[in-house]
Design a protein around this ligand. Structure first.
Ligand SMILES: [Zn+2]
Length: 196
């Protein structure tokens, strides 16, 4: 591969990142190659290592290097509470509030018919199976307050209602259109305590 081809391939690869177009990808590639070769090597190794070692928790679907993640293994957690979030970043936001001591299910996405993302893509059947196993008494829907997050919460609540668990939604303290990851912790903690 010639040098120009290697550079093109790097730029093309960087474009897989969300929101990164040709110009940003070129800037990143030039920066790494021109100013920070050590960081570039480190990035390549970290990516490879993460791809090899990170997988999904068998119970909650979040990222972990174990079969079952440390949160799911924690015996002090209330296994009757199951909080459904879109991403591990949303889960981290809830954890940082220290206001929640139940367990999680991480969808790793949201329903998005326009992008071709349906129930199968967000592990709905695994979530329903988890609820049917019987320990869960309340499912807290903490998908984001975006149009897709709300639609996902609606579909989930319809499915879960028929399964004999209480279904609650974070209260409207969280601004419309916002993603939990970017909401301040006090607001999330309030939305959690005021769920309905
Ligand atoms: Zn887990």
């Amino acid at each position: 591969m010639s040098q120009a081809h290697a550079l093109d391939a790097l730029i093309e690869a960087l474009r897989c990142l969300p929101g990164v177009g040709v110009r940003s990808a070129s800037r990143m590639a030039f920066h790494l190659l021109q100013h920070d070769r050590a960081a570039a090597e480190q990035l390549a190794q970290a990516l490879q290592h993460a791809c090899q070692s990170v997988r999904h928790c068998r119970l909650c679907n979040t990222f972990t290097e174990q079969d079952i993640c440390s949160t799911c293994q924690d015996p002090t957690r209330d296994s009757g509470l199951l909080c459904v979030v879109e991403t591990p970043a949303d889960q981290s936001a809830l954890e940082r509030t220290q206001a929640y001591r139940g367990l999680y299910f991480v969808l790793m996405g949201k329903l998005s018919p326009l992008d071709g993302i349906g129930p199968k893509d967000i592990g709905l059947s695994r979530l329903l199976r988890r609820v049917e196993e019987g320990q869960v008494r309340e499912v807290i829907l903490a998908t984001n307050f975006t149009a897709e997050g709300e639609a996902t919460a609606h579909v989930l609540s319809e499915l879960l209602k028929t399964r004999g668990v209480q279904v609650t939604r974070l209260s409207r303290g969280v601004p419309v259109g916002s993603e939990l990851e970017y909401v301040d912790l006090g607001t999330i903690a309030y939305a959690l305590s005021d769920r309905r």
